[in-house]
Design a protein around this ligand. Structure first.
Ligand code: FEO
Length: 161
């Protein structure tokens, strides 16, 4: 279980890295709203990693940090970025569900409330990314609609602020 949580810490930190890289791409592509949204998402991923980090420490376990994979540096359109984000969140969800299954199988009752929090959080994460993909599909390549969406993305207030 400890090893699986350590792997999850790495996955959450990779998520932060991925969103930061997407943010840098959007900044360079003159999409400041999306860049800000993605930076905030990166911060939330660090919060996720820290929840697991503190949990392992609180249970007198041993956090072992591994190297974080290099995220892609080049991305496609804004729609493709959020499709990639959605695909990534689905992978994270699978990983959280596996952890939940492991904890249940091992009778590790103490881990379940935290994992349940993450199960709910992933529903939100997938919902948000999915909605953005749908909105971006509707906007197509229409400049005005994309600018409007970018402005809306820039209004995101982070839960971690
Ligand atoms: Fe921490 Fe977006 O999963």
């Amino acid at each position: 279980m400890e090893k699986a949580i350590n792997d999850q810490i790495n996955m959450e930190l990779y998520s932060a890295y991925l969103y930061l890289s997407m943010s840098a791409h959007c900044e360079a592509a003159n999409l400041p709203g999306a860049a800000k949204w993605l930076r905030q998402q990166a911060k939330e991923e660090v919060v996720h990693a820290m929840k697991f980090f503190e949990f392992v420490n609180d249970r007198e376990g041993h956090v072992v940090l591994a190297a974080i994979d290099k995220p892609p540096a080049e991305f496609g359109s804004l729609r493709e970025i959020f499709e990639q984000a959605l695909a990534h969140e689905r992978k994270v969800t699978q990983s959280i569900h596996k952890l939940h299954g492991l904890a249940t199988g091992e009778g590790d009752i103490a881990s379940l409330p935290l994992l349940q929090w993450f199960v709910s959080e992933q529903i939100e994460e997938e919902k948000t990314a999915g909605q953005l993909v749908e909105q971006l599909k509707r906007a197509g390549s229409e400049g005005a609609a994309l600018l409007f969406l970018d402005r809306q993305l820039g209004e995101r207030v982070s839960k971690s602020d």
